[in-house]
Design a protein around this ligand. Sequence first.
Ligand SMILES: NC(=O)c1ccc[n+]([C@@H]2O[C@H](COP(=O)([O-])OP(=O)(O)OC[C@H]3O[C@@H](n4cnc5c(N)ncnc54)[C@H](O)[C@@H]3O)[C@@H](O)[C@H]2O)c1
Length: 303
Amino acid sequence: MSIETVLVTGAGAMGSQIAMVAALSGCTVGLYDVDQATLDRAVEQLALRMTAQVAKGRRTAEATRAALSRLTIATVLDEHAADVDLVIEAIVEKLPAKRDLFARLDDLCPPRTILASNSSSFVPSAMATATARADRFLNLHFFNPALVMRCVEVVRGPDTSDDAVRTALEFVEQIGKTPVVLDREIPGFVANRLLGAVRDEAIRLLEGGYADVAAIDTAARTALGYPMGPFELMDLTGIDIGYLTKTARYEETGDPADAPSATVTALVERGDLGRKTGRGFYVYDDDGNRTATTDLASLKGTH
Ligand SMILES: NC(=O)c1ccc[n+]([C@@H]2O[C@H](COP(=O)([O-])OP(=O)(O)OC[C@H]3O[C@@H](n4cnc5c(N)ncnc54)[C@H](O)[C@@H]3O)[C@@H](O)[C@H]2O)c1
């Protein structure tokens, strides 16, 4: 089966761009959200982005106009779900909300429809059991910003059929992305686990007193070719985001290795969350210059 019609649920940061990626590839796309204002904002921002891409010569005005005309928005699920090949769910990261939506979709969608979640933390089996089609359920995990980032992780659950994986993989290629298939589900999938491992080792080196943040970031950039060091990246994405992810993982597994580090916990507790608060592993001034935070060594003793 090839995917021609797509329903994206959730029109936030991820859903709106995933919908646009699918529309640009020629699919007919429905974009659903509970909030009309969010849908209006999503379409407005996508139109602005497309205008910018045309101005930069990356796309033609005709192609973006045609893609936008293939995209329709709705606050009512029924009409869009009734005849769709693939649903990509990108609503709020709350398991009961996702399970509830998938149960409704399972009732509304025809038997052929593949249900996919873009969730970063919930594995397919946590959601598929809310439906009677675990064989046609998987995660399609995009990266932010979805219009730009090439990787899409295709995560199969224990009951996902080979056929559904093949169709999803072909869809990812059809929309111009690079699929990475996970044969078994694991929280964090591949890319975020790799990123987490580098971040954890960087913190171990820092807390062990082996090297300071600037030295570790410099090694990542100049020896490994990373565009940004692990501490620079944590400051950019928000130290609280990594803290919450690790706390959730620790609550799930009980493995002390999954718990947030003493340094990260202390930074979050004192409100030093990175660039957004002007202070994290580095201190940022109004001109965008930065210096390393000086009292990090003492923080690990506070937890
Ligand atoms: N932001 C990221 O960097 C990123 C990256 C990869 C995956 N994800 C995943 O994508 C999903 C969405 O993340 P986001 O950053 O776009 O969130 P967001 O908060 O920007 O958007 C979520 C949207 O879902 C809508 N919504 C909430 N409940 C709904 C419901 N029951 N039905 C329909 N719409 C509903 C909200 O109105 C909102 O517009 C999450 O599962 C997240 O884990 C996020």
